[in-house]
Design a protein around this ligand. Structure first.
Ligand code: ARG
Length: 461
C-alpha cells in the first residue's frame, strides 16, 4: 500500500487526478539503483553523526540490500500512488526494515537534493557509455580514411564542386567534431562531479551530516558549494543535453551526405545489405534508413534540449516542481543516442566507396580553377589579376563545352601572357592535391599525418 511522504498536515489523500498528474515513477524508476546507493551513503553519515546506532546501520544496510535485490529482480515495483521513485523506495524500505528503523532514513535529506544528485549520477554513467560509442564511430571513420588511401573526391562548398580533396580528408573532417564531442563530455564531467546531497530541501541540514563523505561514497569529486544552487540548478543537465544534441547534429550532417552519396545521381557509395532496408512495394529499393533515422532523430534530440531550456527559463530559486521535467528529455537523449550510435557505426564501417567515380568527378565543374590562380600567384602575378585570368579560362571552356585541361597552348597564351604551358602541372587532380601541403591541407602526406593524429587522439581517452 502506497505511503505519501507528506501526510501530516493534510486532511486526506490527494485527488486521483492530482495523483495521476504528479506520478513520475514511469520514467524515474530508472534511478532506483542510484537512489538506493544514495540511501546507503546517507545511512553512513547518519551513523557517523550519531543518529543511527551500529545495529541500526547494519539493519538499514541489510534492508537496502534486500530492497535492491528485489528491485533488480522486478519483485519490487512502484504502485499507483507512489508519487516518485523516492516515495516508492521509502515504502519498500519500510516494508523491509519496519516503521521505526525505515522511518529514520529520511532525516536530513529531501527529495530535492536526492533527485538533483541522482540525475547527475545517471548522466555521468551514461555520458561514459555515449562517449565510448562516439569513439567507436570515430574509429570507424578513421579506418575508412585509412582504407581510402589517396583516393580523391570532389570537395564541395554550397554543394557545388569547389576543389578536389582526398576522400580520407573529408572523412576525417567528420571525425574531428566527434572527438571534440568526447572532449566536451569529459570536460562536462568536471562540473557534473559535485554532489548536491546534503543540500536538503534548499538550506542544508542541521543534523551535522557530512556532504563531503556522501559525495565521496557516490563517486563525486566533492559536494556542491551552495545548497540552494545544489537543489535548484540544472545547468549541468542542460549542458549534457547540449552535448547530446551536438552529437546528434554531427551524426545528422554525415547522415545527410551518406544519403546524397547513396543516390543514383551521386553514386559515390554502396551500403551493405545488413545495414540498409528495403521497400514494402518496390522490389528494387535499398534504402539508407539508418542515415535517415539519424537525421530525423537529431530533430528530436535537439527538441529535448530546447524543451529543457524552456522549462528552466522562468524558474525562481530554489526547487520548483517544474524541475521534475528535466529527466525525460535527457533520458530520451541517452536512449536515442545509445541505440542510434552502434547502428550508425555499423553502417559507416561497411560502406564501400566507388573511388573510380569519385576520382572521375573530382576535377569536373572547373574544380581546378583555383589551382590556375594560385599557380599564377606563384609566378608573381597579383591575385586579383590571377583570379580574373582563371575566371576567363572557365568562361572560355564553358562556352566551348570543354574542360580546363583541354585548352591548347595557344588558347592559354591568348587568355593571358602569364599562362605558359607549365600551368598544366597543376591541372591534374594529383597536382592540385599535392600542392595543398600546409598543415591541415589535403595533400596526401598531410592527410597521412592527420590520420596518425586522429588515431592518437582517439586512443588517448
Ligand atoms: N520527483 C521530483 C523531481 O523529479 C522530486 C520530488 C520533489 N518534490 C517536492 N515536492 N519537493 O524533481
Amino acid at each position: 500500500k502506497p505511503v505519501a511522504l507528506w501526510g501530516g498536515r493534510f486532511s486526506g489523500g490527494p485527488a486521483p487526478e492530482l495523483a495521476a498528474l504528479s506520478q513520475s515513477t514511469h520514467f524515474d524508476w530508472k534511478l532506483a539503483g542510484y537512489d538506493i546507493a544514495g540511501s546507503r551513503a546517507h545511512a553512513r553519515v547518519l551513523h557517523a553523526a550519531g543518529l543511527l546506532s551500529d545495529d541500526e546501520l547494519a539493519g538499514m544496510n541489510d534492508a537496502l540490500d534486500r530492497l535492491l535485490a528485489d528491485v533488480e529482480s522486478g519483485a519490487f515495483l512502484p504502485v499507483l500512488g507512489d508519487e516518485d521513485v523516492h516515495t516508492a523506495l521509502e515504502r519498500g524500505l519500510i516494508e523491509r526494515a519496519g516503521d521505526d528503523l525505515g522511518g529514520k532514513l529520511r532525516a536530513g535529506r529531501s527529495r530535492n537534493d536526492q533527485i538533483a544528485t541522482q540525475v547527475r549520477m545517471y548522466l555521468r554513467d551514461h555520458a561514459r557509455v555515449v562517449a565510448g560509442q562516439v569513439l567507436d564511430l570515430a574509429d570507424a571513420l578513421i579506418a575508412q580514411a585509412i582504407a581510402a588511401g589517396s583516393a580523391p573526391m570532389p570537395g564541395r562548398t554550397h554543394l557545388q564542386h569547389a576543389q578536389p580533396v582526398l576522400l580520407a580528408h573529408h572523412l576525417l573532417a567528420h571525425t574531428w567534431p566527434l572527438l571534440r564531442d568526447v572532449d566536451r563530455l569529459i570536460d562536462w564531467d568536471v562540473r557534473a562531479a559535485r554532489s548536491p546531497y546534503g543540500s536538503g530541501a534548499l538550506a542544508g541540514s542541521s543534523l551535522r551530516l557530512d556532504p563531503a563523505a556522501v559525495a565521496r561514497d557516490l563517486g563525486f569529486d566533492g559536494p556542491v558549494e551552495n545548497s540552494i544552487d545544489g537543489t535548484a540548478a540544472r545547468d549541468v543537465v542542460a549542458e549534457f543535453a547540449f552535448v547530446a544534441a551536438m552529437i546528434a547534429v554531427d551524426l545528422s550532417r554525415l547522415a545527410e551526405e551518406i544519403i546524397l552519396w547513396n543516390t543514383k545521381e551521386f553514386g559515390f557509395v554502396t551500403l551493405d545489405d545488413a545495414w540498409s532496408t528495403g521497400s514494402s512495394i518496390m522490389p528494387q529499393k535499398k534504402n539508407p534508413d539508418i542515415a535517415e533515422l539519424a537525421r530525423g532523430k537529431a530533430g528530436r534530440v535537439l527538441g529535448d534540449l530546447t524543451g529543457l531550456l524552456a522549462t528552466l527559463k522562468g524558474l525562481p530559486l530554489a526547487y520548483n516542481r517544474d524541475l521534475q521535467e528535466d529527466k525525460e528529455p535527457v533520458f530520451d537523449q541517452v536512449e536515442t543516442l545509445t541505440v542510434l550510435l552502434p547502428a550508425f557505426t555499423g553502417m559507416v564501417s561497411t560502406i564501400t566507396f566507388d573511388t573510380d567515380r569519385m576520382a572521375e568527378l573530382a576535377p569536373q565543374g572547373f574544380a581546378l580553377a583555383t589551382d590556375i590562380a594560385e599557380w599564377l600567384v606563384r609566378q608573381g602575378v597579383p591575385f586579383r589579376v590571377a583570379h580574373e585570368v582563371a575566371g576567363a579560362c572557365v568562361r572560355e571552356c564553358e562556352g566551348r563545352g570543354i574542360e580546363l585541361w583541354d585548352l591548347s597552348d595557344e588558347d592559354l597564351a591568348k587568355l593571358s601572357e602569364h599562362l605558359t604551358p607549365e600551368v598544366r602541372s597543376v591541372l591534374t587532380v594529383e597536382g592540385s592535391l599535392a600542392s595543398r601541403d600546409a598543415v591541415g591541407g589535403t595533400a596526401p602526406a598531410r592527410v597521412t599525418e592527420q590520420i596518425e593524429q586522429a588515431k592518437e587522439r582517439s586512443t588517448e581517452y
